[in-house]
Design a protein around this ligand. Structure first.
Ligand code: ASP
Length: 309
């Protein structure tokens, strides 16, 4: 018989947030409720075979590498269990795309690893968390589901493509040019395409003490950009720099000169874009991050430089 258990890993976020008033959807504290409380608030989940584990309790703006390491380890542990069909992670929306990309590259699981979140706290008059959580469990149990995906706002996004595109609306995610993978409709999933695949790096790739993970920073191109930030980062021992270029990854000539100097000094540099959609195409003096957003490129560069022990 196919396994039907779903493990729900809690990490905090607005989905676990509370406000003093039900009409307050922005002035709230994230990461207040435990993951078991989130599940208990969704009557439709009572009939499901679920297991909850609190991996962290934070506002995802404060996400850190140690939490990523622990989350990846716990997700991998549960995904390896034969009685588990899939794993759901409740998360904040702010850095959801970074966590999703990291888990995609490190684990690339055959079973579904479904991240979900909410834009409104659990106490809001019309909160989006319970429906998103229910949809995430639906996706985790769907026979066609696999890999790292995000269930949010009635749609399923690829962990490799998803990005937050709005500051407060409940329809806050998109996937650049790619669009969603699927729609969740009244408890069933309608797939449009399969999630992009990758070769998993494996947990060993992120086994190093997080204090030793390489320092990779992001700088932005803009009118009047200079090299001061890059020079300061190099002086501080930065190991990688992602530049979010203008348009098709273009970089002001003064900033570019500083980045080339950094590269010459052994710092890895990747050129992304500050545009909300579209890959960086074509060659230039600095290597392109392709279709990766600046924050994804930062994760990618860090993963490529992590010490293996
Ligand atoms: N700051 C919150 C977080 O990322 C925002 C949210 O979850 O919507 O944890």
């Amino acid at each position: 018989m196919a396994s039907s258990k779903v493990v729900i890993l809690g990490t905090g976020g607005t989905i676990a947030g509370t406000a003093a008033s039900a009409t307050d959807a922005v002035g709230y504290a994230a990461a207040q409720l435990g993951v078991a409380q989130l599940v208990a608030a969704v009557p439709a989940l009572a009939s499901r075979s679920l297991e909850c584990e609190q991996v962290a309790q934070l506002d995802s703006k404060d996400m850190d590498h140690a939490t990523w390491q622990r989350l990846a380890q716990r997700a991998a542990h549960h995904l390896a269990r034969p009685d588990v069909a899939g794993v759901v992670v409740t998360h904040g929306t702010d850095t959801l795309e970074e966590t999703a990309y990291l888990l995609h590259r490190v684990l690339a699981p055959a079973k579904p690893l479904v991240l979900t979140a909410a834009m409104r706290p659990a106490t809001a008059l019309m909160t989006d968390g319970p429906q998103n959580l229910l949809d995430a469990v639906t996706v985790a149990l769907d026979a066609q589901a696999g890999g790292v995906v995000v269930a949010f706002g009635g749609r399923v996004w690829a962990g490799a493509e998803v990005r937050k595109v709005h500051t407060y609306r409940i329809d806050a995610f998109a996937a650049g040019d790619a669009g969603p993978l699927a729609t969740v409709e009244e408890g069933s999933v309608r797939w449009s395409r399969a999630a992009p695949k990758t070769q998993a790096l494996g947990l060993a790739a992120i086994a190093a003490d997080p204090a030793r993970w390489p320092r990779v920073e992001i700088v932005l191109n803009h009118a009047g950009a200079g090299g001061m930030l890059v020079d300061a980062l190099v002086a501080q021992g930065v190991q990688g720099v992602v530049v979010a270029g203008t348009g098709n990854g273009a970089v002001h000539h003064v900033l570019e000169a500083a980045l080339l100097r950094a590269q010459g000094a052994g710092v890895r540099v990747l050129r992304s874009t500050r545009c909300a959609s579209g890959p960086v195409i074509g060659e230039a003096a600095l290597p392109s991050a392709g279709a990766l957003t600046a924050v994804q490129a930062r994760v990618e560069l860090m993963l490529q430089m992590l010490p293996t022990e």
